[in-house]
Design a protein around this ligand. Sequence first.
Ligand code: G3P
Length: 219
Amino acid sequence: MKIFLDTADVSEIRRAAEAGLIDGVTTNPSLMAKVAGDRDPKELFLEICNAVDGPISAEVVAVDAAQMISEGKRLAALHDNIVVKLPLTEDGLRTCRALTSEGIRTNVTLCFSAPQALLAAKAGASYISPFIGRLDDIGHDGMDLIAEIRQVYDNYGIMTEILAASIRHPQHVVQALMIGADCGTMPPKVLYQLLKHPLTDRGLEAFLADWNAKVGKEL
Ligand code: G3P
């Protein structure tokens, strides 16, 4: 499963990319708004693209298809790594079809049902982003949606990649891995929670204590 970092914070992105932990980045207008300030958002997207050599999802903010298509083309022209992120609306899917026919990669976001995921795939989406945590928030099991979409896409040989989004904790990642999601996007906090295990820390501490007690030399 590809791991994407769900943030627009360039220092977090560099840290994870330099450690080889991530395959790409996803952003959304809320994440961009947190860090963009007065900066030109396009510059920020470029900075992110230069920090990670992988798919970088950049979301349109227009709501009608004509404007979304123009925004999408402008975003895609910024850098080869850009994947244009589009909302799962009729206009979003029209835009998806138009951009796909020009060879531009798309990530259709705000997916909350398997039929929505099917329609996005028909419109040519490269990625579909089902939101797990936001379904959990309203008392559903968000992971059921990942499993349903996996089944639908496998039943019909659909190649759109399932990008599990709105991941809130490591267990979401484990479940997405077991179901076979193609990608998962998570905030930095969850990425580093995946890395940590108390037995790893305890084991390393014991190895070094034994070494220092008997040998104590650098290698
Ligand atoms: O990028 C979309 C998604 O991952 C948002 O997550 O935590 O705001 O529901 P969240």
